[in-house]
Design a protein around this ligand. Structure first.
Ligand SMILES: Cc1cc2nc3c(=O)[nH]c(=O)nc-3n(C[C@H](O)[C@H](O)[C@H](O)COP(=O)(O)O)c2cc1C
Length: 367
């Protein structure tokens, strides 16, 4: 298993959903960088369980203790270590002998045997996005000072779709819009679909079922030329982090899968002069060509599956007897994890892009 990512800014994740706690170590941030701990709290509050009536009833405060790497509001040059303690775990809700369909229970048991801790999803739980969000809040503050920001909205829940970002223009959404998204549990461009989205989530909950959807994230202000292709190109670097967020099953950049139905004349972004510099005049590529940032916003969409744990009867196998058995999953599960995955996806994007910037430029600019 690999719990670390990043070359220049190294991120290491630890913990299990029902163990003592979860956390992360972020290494590579130089000394003397001002970090507002209250802003880490703000980002964590967006993802914590119970943040909305549409979310799970697991009640976790999700406060991140910073164990090291900070002194009086500034980084000290050592690794930043975050610890988030687990408080509200109901481990009796989980039977390790009867794996939940489509969670990681079965493959993790086949890989690790019975020693694996799968209570509450163990290290495969969506809860492990909390340390990602805490570390991402540090990256957000550092990048914001050089005019780079990230924000996303809910593109769809079940069959209800929000308006997508406009790819016909090279300039993307502005920082004020991205910032406003961060104040909502269901951030939307078209407010008119809010009621229908909420209804889809409530209906899934009442039906003891779950729904999936997609989020769309924009990162603005990135320097043209960023990216170390082919394996650390903008898309490949982002993909590694984005697929570390549980329940993400597809990722596309710019026009993404719609490219399959386009002609070159429809798909190409013309090169125009913007502020006296050549730049793509539309953004169907989603901000990168050849893995290198082209100066337009990086825009990606991530598809998030319906929550695997549903309370309806499903088929499973009792591992000790190797007999098929009906399972009714207990525990407190979100009928839709899309809104709670979004802050994790923003954090994943910020951390991967910060790492690419530091790979190219070092850290002197941060101080
Ligand atoms: C914020 C968040 C919360 C999640 N909560 C749950 C949950 O309550 N119950 C559940 O079955 N899955 C939940 N998931 C999804 C599972 O963790 C995920 O589907 C599982 O680890 C299998 O991984 P995969 O879907 O990426 O293949 C959540 C995911 C995220 C991002």
């Amino acid at each position: 298993m690999s719990s670390s990512a990043g070359r220049a800014i190294r991120y290491t994740l630890f913990g299990e959903s029902h163990g003592h706690g979860i956390g992360a170590v972020l290494d590579g941030i130089p000394a003397g960088v001002e970090i507002d701990e209250a802003l880490i709290r703000t980002d964590l509050d967006r993802r914590k369980p119970g943040a909305s009536r549409l979310s799970t009833k697991r009640s976790e405060d999700d406060a991140a203790e910073i164990l090291s790497g900070m002194r009086e509001g500034r980084t000290s040059g050592g690794p930043l270590a975050f610890l988030i303690r687990n408080a509200d775990a109901h481990s009796s809700d989980y039977d390790p002998d009867l794996p939940r369909p489509s969670h990681a229970d079965l493959p993790a048991t086949l890989k690790h045997g019975s020693a694996v801790d799968l209570r509450g999803g163990g290290r495969f739980s969506g809860r492990l996005t909390a340390p990602l969000v805490a570390a991402g809040a540090v990256a957000r503050q550092i990048l914001m000072r050089r005019g780079i920001s990230a924000g996303g909205h809910i593109l769809s829940i079940a069959d209800v779709a929000d308006q997508a970002f406009d790819l016909s223009k090279g300039e993307g959404p502005d920082a004020a819009l991205l910032e406003s998204f961060r104040r909502e549990y269901l951030p939307l461009i078209n407010e008119g679909v809010r009621g229908a989205m909420e209804t889809r989530i409530e209906r899934a909950k009442n039906d003891m079922d779950s729904v999936g959807g997609a989020v769309e994230v924009a990162v603005i202000g990135l320097p043209a030329g960023l990216g170390e292709p082919p394996f650390e190109g903008v898309e490949s670097a982002l993909a590694q982090w984005i697929f570390a967020v549980p329940a993400v099953k597809a990722l596309e950049f710019g026009a993404g899968t719609a490219f399959a139905r386009m002609k070159g004349s429809e798909a190409n972004d013309p090169i125009v002069l913007r502020g006296g510099k050549p730049a793509p005049g539309s953004n169907r590529a989603g901000g990168a060509n050849g893995g290198i940032a082209n100066g337009n916003p990086v825009i990606f969409r991530a598809t998030i599956r319906p929550t695997p744990s549903i309370a309806r009867p499903q088929r499973s196998v009792r591992l000790s007897s190797m007999a098929e058995e009906e399972i009714i999953v207990k525990g407190r599960h979100d009928p839709c994890v899309v809104p709670r995955a979004l802050p994790g996806l923003e954090a994943a994007a910020l951390l991967s892009l910060l790492d690419l910037i530091v790979q190219a430029e070092g850290v002197a600019w941060m101080r």
